[in-house]
Design a protein. Structure first.
Length: 320
């Protein structure tokens, strides 16, 4: 009661301190107008942070501007940057490497994440402890994860090589996960899967927990087997959550940069050079600002277009 009285006292003092003219104008506003009054500053801030850089990037993509030559004359080049990028076989090779990375990370994270969520949903003894333990990789910084796995992948002292040696019988120093052209793409796939599978698991676990118990009880009355319940109840009702996890991870992995840059920096050669690494090199190593802006716009259009198509499919699944 004392706390309520103190809040009332604060409200009374705030009302007394409000200028009479402003108080009359506020009292005359509708609830919708008051809501817009509070929302507008945040919306303007978000537009300034998100919309202005996008418009500025699109504008620069049609020019020869270089960030390291701010005083040089800027001229329009039209669609030259876009034509150059779309006709460059190296760019398409980077897109192919990106597609390989996105496909396998999403596949592994979805399968493993859903399997972990299904096991934890059984609520066995100690499931809370194991859930917390599984979530730890997701809570770490990408810089920490990159340095940690770089050490694990060391061929002489890395624990990963010794684990593979124990299972396969190969000598620990006979292969290099980060130095081999064939193994390096799989090395970053393993790290990203280890780090972000818990995120997929959480979303799938939310989907499993949202299924009402009475549906399973009705299935048991009809003598449906566990496999039949999984195929007919669990998987279809959890499918929208699985698709949502795929959408989030697909968007993030398409623009993946930090882990790859820390682990391989695009090497060896260009085996792990994703589109984001190529964009970074064009923008901050070659200082081709106009070219890199066009590259960024193309990537944005690709992600935005594919995400919109996927969201329509997701809405159709949810509407069933």
């Amino acid at each position: 009661m004392n706390r309520l009285e103190s809040f009332a006292g604060v409200g009374s003092r705030a009302a007394a301190a409000t200028p009479p003219g402003l108080a009359k104008r506020v009292r005359g506003l509708s609830d919708t107008a008051i809501a817009w009054l509070f929302i507008t500053p945040t919306m303007l801030l978000l537009l300034a942070i998100n919309l202005f850089p996008l418009i500025w990037t699109i504008r620069l993509s049609f020019t020869n501007y270089r960030a390291n030559r701010p005083n040089a004359p800027v001229r329009s080049v039209g669609l030259d940057h876009y034509v150059t990028i779309l006709n460059d076989p190296d760019v398409w090779a980077r897109m192919q490497a990106t597609a390989h990375f996105v496909f396998w990370t999403i596949l592994l994270q979805t399968v493993i994440g859903f399997a972990l969520a299904y096991l934890i949903d059984r609520k066995f003894r100690g499931h809370g402890f194991w859930t917390t333990l599984i979530l730890i990789p997701m809570m770490l910084s990408p810089a920490v994860v990159g340095n940690f796995w770089t050490f694990l992948y060391q061929p002489q002292i890395g624990l990963f090589n010794y684990l593979v040696s124990f299972v396969s019988g190969l000598a620990p120093s006979s292969f290099q996960m980060l130095g081999d052209v064939t193994l390096a793409p799989w090395a970053i796939i393993i790290v990203d899967t280890w780090m972000w599978t818990p995120y997929v698991m959480l979303i799938c676990l939310a989907g499993l927990r949202s299924i009402p118990d009475y549906i399973y009880e009705a299935a048991e009355v009809d003598r449906a087997s566990n496999r039949r319940q999984f195929v007919s109840i669990t998987l279809p009702m959890c499918l929208p959550f699985i698709m949502l996890a795929v959408l989030f991870r697909g968007i993030e992995n398409f623009k993946m940069f930090d882990l790859v840059n820390l682990l391989t920096a695009g090497g060896p050669g260009s085996a792990t050079e994703l589109a984001s690494i190529t964009l970074k090199r064009a923008a901050f190593e070659a200082w081709r600002t106009g070219y890199s802006s066009a590259f960024a716009v193309i990537m944005f259009v690709m992600i935005f277009g594919l995400a919109n198509i996927y969201v329509k499919a997701l809405n159709q699944v949810k509407a069933r």
